[in-house]
Ligand binder design. Structure first.
Ligand SMILES: [Zn+2]
Length: 474
């Protein structure tokens, strides 16, 4: 029975909160605390994310901070997940919120930096300020960003603590207050460029994440090249060599290893790399305000065409970028020849206005119905959403943005069954009942043959061990 629980501090890691709880609750040893904190007491506490918690502990924390907020504001999720493709970004977020333990497969988390072990870090001046304000210090998220070595608030270098972030560490929870010394010598940073980049990266890290954004960092950065010498007049071909030369020149004052190679820059533009620090480096060089990088809005006509290109690339089973390149080239020729007449007039305008206005409502409804682990999932279809929003028949056909949003969730019946099974399994487990086929069948009304048909999709939804359990239910 947990009787006392500390409040979480701004930008504090969940690991830090739990370590303060352990320190302040008077447990005889870590093992006793681990029994109360974690669902599996032998687990190695995750410094950057959240392990599967004991139900009572989970409830205790959720009373003060909703899980979504905990993940977004108190784990490293935005740092590793923000610029990932939508599917993985969403999956990782959901698996952190529902604590199903699958996030490790989805987020690439480096335990080492340039071959050296990573440790939890702190800023001696932040520690001093914490102690003055709260009477103790804590582990700050903002000090753990790989690639950033200074505290932009105090303009000094971060310090490695003795707490190792790696699989080798003996399971334990160590509060910052126990290991961060007082009155430590400060190492000032006088490199203005390094400070500016740290400040930029921190601002992006701490901004809200748009879990549902369809725009990749590569596409967004590409759109920002428009009108520069780094892109051809048609807007299709990047001149990355010139871009890279100027990038190196811009960051001349930074240490060599913090700068990227040309091929790495290329991979970012082609959406094969999504490291926050690297993307911030490029965005700051392109003079993109942090608020814009966080929103990643594309110019409107691009977004509109993208929906079409996505459909074509799906239909032809062809690479999206190729379809887009061809499509854009054709459009360009047509537009200059004035052969394309835009749909216009008052009616067209009204529909497009309605489309934009209704979109947030559609997104909200989908979010409610899709299921987030706790609620039973629904299969998202145009007719379900029309019904829920009480839209007249066929109206969605006139609302391309809303329709495209719904189609993003298109899934096969088997895929949907798999989501239902996962939901049922976790419900049974959460309620402390024994897991067997009968329970799952009662909850889902699913026939044996349907259950078998959905099994291939289980792997992408849960961790290996759980997938095996589910596959052996029959
Ligand atoms: Zn500081």
């Amino acid at each position: 029975m947990i009787t006392y629980f500390p409040a979480i501090y701004p930008d504090e890691l969940v690991y830090s909160l739990l370590s303060r709880f352990y320190l302040q609750s008077g447990y005889l040893s870590y093992t006793y605390a681990a029994e109360d904190i974690y669902a599996y007491k032998q687990v190695r506490p995750d410094h950057e994310f959240i392990n599967v918690l004991h139900p009572e502990m989970r409830e205790m924390i959720a009373k003060t901070v909703p899980m979504e907020k905990l993940v977004e504001k108190h784990t490293m999720y935005p740092y590793y997940g923000r610029f990932m493709g939508k599917f993985r970004r969403r999956k990782a977020f959901e698996s952190l919120v529902t604590l199903n333990g699958n996030y490790k497969n989805l987020l690439a988390m480096p335990t080492k930096r340039d071959g050296a072990d990573r440790f939890l870090r702190y800023c001696p001046l932040c520690a001093k300020a914490d102690r003055e304000q709260y009477g103790e210090t804590y582990w700050h998220r903002g000090h753990q960003m790989v690639g950033v070595n200074v505290c932009p608030i105090h303009k000094c270098y971060l310090v490695n603590s003795s707490i190792l972030i790696s699989g080798k560490a003996t399971p334990n929870l160590t509060a910052a207050e126990k290991v961060v010394p007082e009155g430590e010598a400060i190492s000032r940073c006088n490199n203005l460029l390094e400070l500016r980049l740290a400040e930029y990266t921190l601002a992006v890290f701490q901004a809200p994440v748009d879990i549902d954004s369809n725009v990749s960092a590569g596409r967004f950065l590409h759109s920002k090249l428009k009108g520069t010498k780094y892109i051809s007049d048609s807007g299709l071909f990047r001149n990355l060599t010139v871009f890279y030369e100027d990038y190196l020149h811009f960051y001349e004052g930074l240490k060599e290893k913090t700068k990227m190679e040309l091929w790495q820059v290329q991979k970012i533009f082609n959406n094969y790399r999504y490291n926050s620090y690297e993307i911030c480096e490029l965005a700051m060089f392109l003079n993109i305000p942090t608020q814009e990088l966080v929103r990643m809005a594309l110019p409107e006509e691009t977004q509109h065409m993208d929906t079409l290109y996505r459909r074509v690339s799906k239909e032809l089973d062809a690479d999206f970028d190729i379809v887009k390149n061809i499509g854009d080239a054709v459009l360009k020729i047509y537009q200059t020849e004035h052969r394309v007449q835009q749909k216009c007039g008052a009616k067209g305008y009204q529909w497009s206005k309605r489309d934009t206005e209704l979109l947030p409502e559609v997104k909200r409804t989908i979010k409610e119905l899709y299921g987030n682990g706790a609620d039973r999932p629904h299969k998202i279809t145009p007719s379900l959403i029309s019904r829920k929003l009480e839209l007249p028949d066929k109206q969605l056909e006139k609302l391309p943005l809303c329709k495209a949003e719904i189609l993003k969730y298109e899934e096969s019946q088997q895929h949907y069954w798999a989501r239902e099974v996962v939901w049922a399994v976790y419900k049974v487990l959460r309620e402390g009942q024994s897991l067997n086929w009968r329970q799952v069948r009662n909850l889902t009304n699913m026939r044996r043959v349907n259950f078998e048909a959905c099994l291939p999709y289980i792997d992408e939804m849960v961790e290996e061990e759980m997938a095996e359990r589910i596959k052996h239910l029959l």
